[in-house]
Design a protein around this ligand. Structure first.
Ligand SMILES: Nc1ncnc2c1ncn2[C@@H]1O[C@H](COP(=O)(O)OP(=O)(O)O)[C@@H](O)[C@H]1O
Ligand SMILES: [Mg+2]
Length: 242
């Protein structure tokens, strides 16, 4: 049986039959504000605090200060300390976007990985990362190369995908096939705020529960709940429609 890596999100590992397969890459998709970055931060944070696994957060979206602030907003109080100690290394947008081509940006990452032992990586986001490429062919080649780099370095990775629709009208992107797993975060508006859900659509080699589960964001980050009160996505008119 393959070794599993905990997501660090209460309630999520059990949906995944224990966690993410070691050295796999998981695509994390959802609209802005659904909790993708918080998931990434929580994954790296609990990696260190609960599993003694170091991680790298590559962000094309935010500065290091924003990432530290996001961790603080959900009460991951030791985040600064872990970054300062080098257990979580942040390559932020100022560093990554300074490079104008893919190879130099990847060299930056390889420099960080060289001679050090990291177990986890978060790329935030794949959508921004793709701006390096001019056409579909080039994007495909480099995405493959990039997944190989992650695996060759023994990393279990979350690739974040800014996505407008759970079921897009357009062609399903290549990234969906290249990755080993596919997790969606969904939010629907309510009178008082939003309802949040998580859906694990695919996880290679894992017997997963493909239902949609309610979740919330609060102190400690994301918590996934059991289907409270007979929750079902389809059966009631006041449930979300996608
Ligand atoms: N302490 C908190 N309690 C509840 N919700 C929070 C808290 N901190 C952040 N959020 C929510 O988390 C969401 C932002 O999540 P984020 O991971 O940045 O989204 P994404 O990366 O998908 O755009 C926002 O909708 C915000 O309301
Ligand atoms: Mg984000």
């Amino acid at each position: 049986m393959s070794e599993l890596v905990s997501t660090g999100v209460p309630g999520l590992d059990s949906i995944l039959s224990g966690g993410i397969t070691k050295q796999s890459t998981v695509l994390v998709s959802g609209n802005p504000g659904t909790g993708k970055s918080i998931f990434g931060i929580q994954y790296l944070y609990t990696g260190v605090t609960d599993n003694d696994q170091r991680g790298v957060y590559v962000s094309f979206e935010e500065d290091e200060a924003d990432i530290r602030a996001a961790a603080e907003s959900v009460g991951l109080d030791r985040f600064d300390e872990l970054v300062d100690a080098g257990d979580i290394v942040i390559l932020d947008k100022r560093q990554m976007l300074r490079e104008t081509d893919f190879s130099t940006a990847v060299d930056k990452l390889l420099d960080t990985l060289k001679g050090e032992s990291f177990d986890r990586l978060v790329l935030d986001s794949l959508s921004m990362f793709q701006l390096f490429f001019e056409d579909e062919q080039e994007k495909r080649t480099y995405l493959l190369k990039f997944s190989d780099i992650l695996k060759d370095n023994g990393l279990t990775s979350l690739l974040i995908n800014e996505q407008a629709a759970v079921f897009p009208d357009t062609e399903v992107g290549l990234e969906n096939f290249l990755t080993d797993g596919n997790v969606y975060f969904i939010q629907t508006p309510t009178d008082s705020g939003v309802n949040r859900y998580v859906w694990v659509a695919k996880m290679r080699k894992q017997d997963i529960d493909t239902d949609i589960f309610p979740m919330d964001i609060g102190q400690g980050g994301i918590t996934v709940h059991d289907r409270a009160g007979g929750f079902s996505m389809m059966s009631r008119s006041d449930e979300p429609s996608f």
